[in-house]
Design a protein around this ligand. Structure first.
Ligand code: NAD
Ligand code: GLY
Length: 360
């Protein structure tokens, strides 16, 4: 199944291609949108071993000169020092503003390569070739790029839209199971915040999603990108609606902080956070108990946790949230839903309600 859609942002518009086998067609897809003589593939050693050769061959067939630069694998490498390494590789290979940077990897590679592309010589073309489910449905689309700085996650960065996004669900077959499930948490998020039909389809297709069924996965990536593209088109720089993409993330971040970023992966913490956000929505009198249960049940069926690991108290989760940058000037502010498929931001939520949503 091949699909494509467009992110409409006037002169910054770009296509997203989705389909099995697109790795081998990246060169011709890129030729349609870019005259760049050279492309720098930014990736890490593990992903390069799996997909670097096929991608590079495809780009060469498309007439591009190709260089590859490797980053360390993991969030701890997402910093300015490693962005400098990309600049150095570009500089040494004689890249100028007519050339392009291609991110081949998960969100870590995508965010770093994106920031390097946004800033090298004041901006060169960026192509996203996401290889994790999270990156295919979230981080490769929408133009947020950046790195962690001091203790702040994504503290330094830029909004910089890619020229092209290519999602090949076949590359997800090599993804570790837990990473795959973390991506599914974001997929559920799109149904919960913006598309009830998609959410219902996910309920019916949970087994196919768990099996990595090609058709189901292709549809899930397409629908997720469609929701994200729509939100980004209406609010590119997050002055309003885009905040709904953080559904479950404030609770999730509080939980990650309480756990010192151990035990749970980010996507797993977000899954727990979405269950808590649904509970908060019900406590606030916005959401009916049945819809709250549907959110929790779907996450559980997809192998995701919906409550904190034993030994973590609601008070610890709340404390973890208090430094979250999404909480404006000390006021508790949450993305809530009043039905499946409709989300908005609610300010001034009381600590008691938050504690209760955390299971306290
Ligand atoms: P990640 O980039 O660390 O990738 C997860 C792991 O999977 C890594 O070890 C990676 O090497 C490996 N991997 C990647 N593709 C693979 C494949 N096809 N087969 C086998 N292994 C593969 O993690 P992630 O979850 O993709 O991204 C998380 C990052 O994304 C965070 O830094 C987060 O801040 C960022 N993010 C950004 C946005 C945005 O809008 N820019 C949105 C959400 C998250
Ligand atoms: N992942 C949140 C956003 O792109 O805004």
């Amino acid at each position: 199944m091949r699909n494509h859609l467009k992110v409409n942002l006037r002169e910054r518009s770009y296509p997203i291609f989705i389909g099995g086998g697109l790795l081998k067609e990246a060169g011709s897809l890129l030729r349609r949108v870019s005259k760049a003589p050279k492309v720098c593939i930014v990736t890490n050693a593990a992903v390069n071993r799996l997909y670097g050769g096929a991608l590079s061959a495809s780009l060469k067939r498309g007439g591009f000169g190709v260089v590859t630069t490797l980053l360390g694998d993991g969030e701890r490498f997402k910093n300015l020092k490693n962005v400098e390494k990309i600049y150095a590789a570009l500089y040494r290979a004689g890249f100028d503003r007519s050339d392009a940077v291609l991110a081949l990897g998960g969100g870590v590679v995508g965010d770093m390569a994106g920031f390097a592309a946004a800033t090298y010589m004041r901006g060169v073309d960026l192509i996203q070739f996401p290889t994790t489910l999270l990156a295919q449905v979230d981080s490769s689309v929408g133009g947020k790029t950046g790195v962690d700085f001091l203790k702040g996650k994504n503290m330094v960065g830029a909004f910089y839209q890619p020229k092209l996004v290519v999602c090949d669900p076949d590359v997800l077959k090599t993804l570790p199971r837990r990473e795959y499930l973390c991506g599914l948490a974001e997929v559920v998020k799109y149904g919960a915040i913006k598309n009830e039909r998609f959410f219902s389809w996910l309920e019916k297709s949970a087994d196919s999603m768990l099996d990595g069924d090609e058709g189901a996965l292709g549809k899930a990536v397409l629908e997720s990108c469609r929701v994200k593209a729509g939100v980004v088109e209406r609010d590119e720089k997050e002055s309003g609606e885009r905040a709904i993409l953080n559904f479950g993330h404030t609770f999730g971040h509080g939980l990650e902080t309480a756990l010192n970023f151990r035990r749970l992966k980010h996507g797993e913490a977000v899954a727990v956070g979405m269950a808590m956000a649904a509970r908060l929505s019900r406590i606030l009198g916005l959401l009916d108990a049945n819809s709250e249960k549907r959110v929790e049940n779907l996450l559980s069926r997809l192998g995701l946790p919906v409550s904190p690991p034993a030994g973590v108290s609601a008070a610890e989760v709340l404390r973890g949230m208090e430094h979250d940058k999404k909480i404006l000037s000390g006021r508790l502010r949450f993305v809530v839903i009043d039905k499946i498929g409709r989300a908005f931001v609610r300010e001034g939520v009381s600590k008691e309600m938050v504690l209760s949503a955390c299971g306290g």
